[in-house]
Design a protein around this ligand. Structure first.
Ligand code: Y43
Ligand code: MG
Length: 230
């Protein structure tokens, strides 16, 4: 794998995303290994890339290939989303456009709560108490502010690194498990983070620092796996 033979050996990495939340997380992660990133926001002439794959991995390959071919250098793409157990895995690959045309993080979060309310989702965990044990035998700690845990959920991140010189992909995937709460917690992160609670940490994803989120997130896990495989 090479950026014209350099792999991630070059100082500049092209990340095929327009999502500034992702950009900040990748910038933080790569700064730690002495690398800067640029994103598709720096190349506005590249047309929007249709994300019509059936899986996160397929969409990551589509975005990496489109950007890599357009720029003539290797590109890293992230396709990610939220799978909610009570909604049979929705919104899944449709996470970014869950609330339709012109969706925003706020409208997507509102739609998520509306769908969960419509089915009466409620894990019925007593307020302010630990739930006892999860499968791994860890104590779950829920918010102490009276919010309810509605459903187990999982963030998924598929990464694809594509080299236009060889046509090759390197891929990795990461996940993180949590629960959706009926009220937001925290000001950090992006997307569905305010509604994603980490019972084993007793904190919300949006309450974590960028460093802490990278240490436990789906994106952090996928990136560590990808870097280890190069
Ligand atoms: O760490 C995360 N914390 C909260 N929410 C997250 C996270 N990671 C993905 N998500 C949500 C945001 C968006 O609703 C969807 C990603 O959709 P996805 O198509 O991969 O990204 P996007 O359209 O925002 O940017 P782009 O395609 O240019 O990379 O999942
Ligand atoms: Mg997208």
């Amino acid at each position: 794998m090479g950026i014209n033979g350099q792999g991630f050996g070059g100082d500049l990495i092209v990340v095929a995303t327009k999502n500034n939340g992702k950009v900040k997380e990748f910038a933080h992660a790569f700064a730690k290994i002495g690398k800067q990133i640029v994103s598709l926001n720096d190349y506005p002439h590249i047309p929007d890339i249709p994300e019509d794959g059936d899986t996160f991995a397929a969409n990551a390959r589509i975005k990496a290939k489109a950007a890599g071919d357009a720029l003539g250098v290797p590109a890293l793409a992230d396709d990610s989303g939220l799978r909610v157990a009570a909604l049979d895995g929705a919104p899944g690959v449709y996470s970014a456009r869950y609330s339709g045309e012109g969706a925003t993080d706020a409208s997507n979060n509102a739609k998520l709560l509306k769908e969960l309310a419509a089915i009466g989702a409620d894990l019925q965990i007593p307020q302010g108490e630990s739930t006892g044990n999860d499968e791994a035998g860890e104590v779950w700690r829920l918010p102490q502010d009276g919010s309810k845990a509605l459903s187990p959920a999982q963030f998924v991140c598929a990464l694809a690194l594509y080299d236009p010189a060889t046509g090759e992909f390197v891929e990795a995937e990461g996940t993180v498990d949590g629960v959706i709460t009926d009220k937001p917690h925290g000001e950090g992160g992006f997307g569905y983070d305010p509604l994603f609670w980490l019972p084993e940490l007793g904190r919300g994803m949006a309450e974590l620092s960028r460093e802490e989120k990278g240490g436990i997130s789906h994106r952090g896990e996928a990136l560590r796996k990808l870097l280890a495989s190069l």
